[in-house]
Design a protein around this ligand. Structure first.
Ligand code: NAD
Ligand code: IPM
Ligand code: MN
Length: 355
């Protein structure tokens, strides 16, 4: 019997409410498909920061390194500046474990309502492949002459050849597994004169290796407009760290709710653990009410099982989500229902366990 070691970090806010539902469904899948999940729980969060001045212990990454995967809720809470909490926990894991692909599916599920008129499930089914270790997210820069009238801030955006090539290669390989075999690149090489022309150059170079894959590219501004007006154009969309971040909230929003959006922070070489977490944050506005949609977390759990090699179990979870929503099963308020977080988690776990 296979056993996987999972590090569980619920984090802050609704992360504490959705993570248990993710685990409930994972547990049901493990029983049915015959493998074990050995969980280690970490309470690292903004509360830890309030007590210790740190989001995680100094040897936090070494502790996580013992696991096969990390299952995370959300990080960030009022009272701790967001750049402090995120750069103290989430981002060090992404970078420390070289999780250079952030894979984020955008899919209109049957029974979910899109804000777009006249669109159905066949119109919205694509992936955002977000570069996850460099680009606009750098800590290179600073504030000079603070407090004076000459005060200024700057921050470098850094693209490396290796960094561009490896995430683009992942996007092309992913497209090769899909019927439409298309990759769209998010750029802004009209306004940003060094990094984005370089991104375009690397993209064109990578495309040469994949003659069977159709490509196109759009500047990020009009690409956002096309996500809304023509979501059916997209199959795999590759973008830099910031562009991928923006597109991966917009994509799920057009597909009905940010609450269902899943993500996988992947180190494809499996040299380090990968990390699975919903796209959404800690949602302070609804935390404590137990009304958060757990589907993004649960779907992230399915992506984790797929990464671990349990494809049948992963497929069963995703199919159960689709079936339950399609049949008008329980749904949270963001999807127009009245169910609570735990109701949806329990219903899905029960269905996954016996499907
Ligand atoms: P958010 O995703 O937490 O919330 C945005 C809006 O979406 C809110 O109205 C919220 O109620 C709603 N929402 C989010 N998830 C939902 C769910 N599962 N079900 C129903 N509604 C849901 O984004 P924000 O308000 O910009 O950020 C709040 C905090 O979370 C900040 O500290 C931010 O830095 C952090 N954050 C963390 C992550 C992460 O850990 N990966 C991601 C995004 C934001
Ligand atoms: C996400 C989040 C994070 C990001 C923030 C909280 C730093 O928005 O996972 O999409 O920008 O990567
Ligand atoms: Mn984001």
């Amino acid at each position: 019997r296979k056993k996987y070691r999972i590090a569980v970090i619920p984090g802050d806010g609704i992360g504490k409410e959705t993570t248990p539902e993710g685990l409930r469904v994972l547990d049901a899948a493990a029983r049915r498909f015959g493998f074990d999940l050995e969980l280690t729980h970490y309470d690292w969060s903004c509360e830890t920061y309030a007590q210790t001045g740190k989001m995680m212990p100094d040897d936090g990454l070494e502790q996580l390194r013992q696991s096969d995967s990390v299952f995370l809720g959300a990080v960030g809470w009022p009272g701790v500046p967001d750049h402090v909490s995120l750069w103290g926990l989430l981002i060090p894991i992404r970078r420390g474990f070289d999780q250079y692909v952030n894979l984020r599916p955008c899919k209109l599920l049957p029974g979910a309502t899109t804000p777009l008129a006249n669109r159905g499930p066949k119109d919205i089914d694509f992936y955002v492949v977000r570069e996850n270790t460099e680009g606009e997210y750098s800590s290179v820069g600073g504030r000079m002459f603070p407090g004076t009238d000459r005060e200024f801030v700057s921050q470098q955006s850094i693209l490396t050849r290796i960094g561009c090539d490896r995430v683009m290669k992942y996007a092309f390989e992913l497209a090769m597994t899909r019927p439409r075999k298309k990759v769209t690149s998010a750029t802004k090489s009209n306004g940003i004169t060094f990094t984005m022309p370089y991104w375009d150059e690397r993209f064109a170079e990578m495309a040469k290796n994949y003659p069977g894959v159709t490509t196109d590219q759009f500047h990020i501004d009009i690409l956002c407009a096309h996500f809304v007006q023509h979501p059916d154009w997209f199959d795999v969309v590759v973008g830099s760290n910031l562009f991928g971040d923006i597109l991966s909230d917009l994509g799920p929003a057009v597909a009905g709710s940010i609450g269902i959006a899943a993500s996988a922070n992947i180190n494809p070489e499996k040299a380090f653990p990968s990390m699975f977490e919903p796209v959404h944050g800690s949602a302070p506005d609804i935390a404590g009410k137990w009304i958060a949609n757990p589907i993004g977390q649960i779907w992230s759990g399915a992506m984790m099982l797929e990464h671990l090699g349990e494809k049948a179990a992963a497929d069963a979870i995703v199919q159960t989500i689709e079936r339950m929503l399609g049949e008008g099963g329980p749904r949270t308020r963001d999807m127009g229902g009245q169910a609570g977080t735990v109701d949806v988690g329990k219903a899905l776990a029960e269905a996954v366990g016996k499907a």
